[in-house]
Design a protein around this ligand. Structure first.
Ligand SMILES: [Zn+2]
Length: 247
């Protein structure tokens, strides 16, 4: 994979230049990797080039590809080390992921626990947080710490989390790769297999902005935003933590 490493290096050397990004997209397309198509469509949409008679079909394709795999973060995804957990909820909080033949289950209710293949390996307090709910940002930190231990094969029973004061200083304290279940029902019309899909929380705003555009292209009114955001900073989506909502 020396060639891919070189292409990524070219992107790092010129982060604002779209050229290396499109070369990488071509490289992916030549290998039948749909991420190449996603990168091209995403870039064209940002440049205002999805227009004309084919725009609706291209926008639909972009929506489907982005829903399936998230928007590309190139050359380096800051959340690359976070496993694709599903689940969620503000209370109780429950996330799970299958990785390398094992099932992992995180649960916060009146205590914090982690199960591996239905055996509890960690059971205790996670009293570093000020509430027993998790904001999107705190969720990213927790999922990053657990993912890192899983990927390194470190014992989950010895996991340590930052203190409440240190949480905001953790490098993964941002809106990241946590699941959101918020696709419009009408998506099933263009993507019949979408029922079980999840969106990454960090992609919520952009994906829904594109969805609004798709509605507009079809002559449908933009639905009024019924939910406001929270201090996590996503328009129209709240983490549900009261302290975060009220800010
Ligand atoms: Zn929030």
């Amino acid at each position: 994979m020396a060639e891919e490493a070189e292409l990524l290096e070219l992107m790092r050397a010129a982060p604002d230049d779209e050229g290396p990004r499109l070369v990488y997209a071509d490289w992916l397309l030549a290998r039948g990797d749909a991420r190449g198509e996603l990168i091209v469509l995403d870039q064209r949409e940002r440049a205002g080039q999805l227009a004309g008679p084919g725009a609706l079909a291209e926008l639909e394709r972009l929506l489907v590809l982005a829903a399936e795999r998230g928007f590309p973060r190139l050359p380096d995804d800051p959340c690359a080390g976070i496993l694709p957990f599903t689940g969620g909820g503000s209370f109780p909080v429950q996330y799970d992921v299958d990785h390398a033949g094992h099932s992992y289950y995180l649960r916060w209710r009146y205590g914090f626990s982690i199960d591996v293949d239905d055996v509890t390996v960690l059971d205790g307090d996670l009293d570093t947080l000020t509430t027993n709910e998790w904001t999107f940002r705190e969720t990213t930190v927790i999922l990053a710490i657990v993912s890192d231990a899983i990927l390194r094969g470190a014992p989950l029973s010895e996991l340590a989390f930052p203190s409440a004061a240190d949480f905001p200083r953790h490098p993964r304290y941002h809106v990241g790769r946590a699941p959101a279940y918020c696709f419009p029902e009408a998506l099933s019309a263009i993507a019949p297999g979408s029922a079980g899909w999840t969106l990454e929380v960090r992609d919520f705003g952009r994906w829904h902005a594109l969805w609004d555009r798709w509605q507009a292209l079809r002559g449908l009114a933009r639905p009024a935003l019924t939910r406001r955001g929270c201090a996590c900073g996503i328009e129209g989506l709240s983490c549900g933590v009261s302290e975060c909502d009220g800010r």
